[in-house]
Design a protein around this ligand. Sequence first.
Ligand SMILES: [Zn+2]
Length: 247
Amino acid sequence: MTHPNFFVIFEVKNLSGKLIFDTEYNQLIRQQEDREDYYKDPIQQVNHQHFQLENWLKRHRFNDRIPIYSFVVIVNENAKIEPKNKGDLISKKVARDTKLLDTIISLHKTHKKAFFTNNDLRNLQELLIKKHIPSDPELLNLLKLNREDLLTGVFCPECSRCPLKRIHGRWICLDCSTISKNAHLQALRDYALLINPTITNVELRKYLHTDSEAVANYILISLDLDYEGITKSRIYNLSPLQTEIKE
Ligand SMILES: [Zn+2]
């Protein structure tokens, strides 16, 4: 999860049964019914991702002093979390998904200083796009981002405010008053690369923060995209937008 003041990496595990975290031998033991399964230590895994992210930021000259937190998140209700050894700091690194909101709120309260501007976060995304890693899930995985972590909406081409408001067929920035007719293009390119190369009317409305089906329709038609399906269930192919990116 990216936030201007801190980043959080979540390694999500959907395992059920008794999960025994063995930090001494770096393994996760799952006991269920009469069997035992063994997995790589997710704490070590998430620590490694943490290290990689720090290096990645440094390498690409982003502010690498931004605090980064990393957690293993257990999402399965039928899991019992258990440290193998007493004194293991499992409780600091492993959490249930239900605790995440509290964790984020508390990080929010304790980190008042911004290390990234919205613009920086935007550049971070753009850099990933420029790296041209072909498949979208890979792009998100590279930074351990979930789809929900991405800022959605149309960005202001001048000041990077997001989202812009659509008024009378144009995108208006309420901060710097910039007016743009096609600022949604970049947003849809990002969508194609980071989320999905195809989009429906409903998805477009949600992503561009517009309630109007007619507006979404207008935008989709004006882009002259190939599509499959009829009327409301049409699936539009955004891929041609990507090849239009020129450096
Ligand atoms: Zn603006």
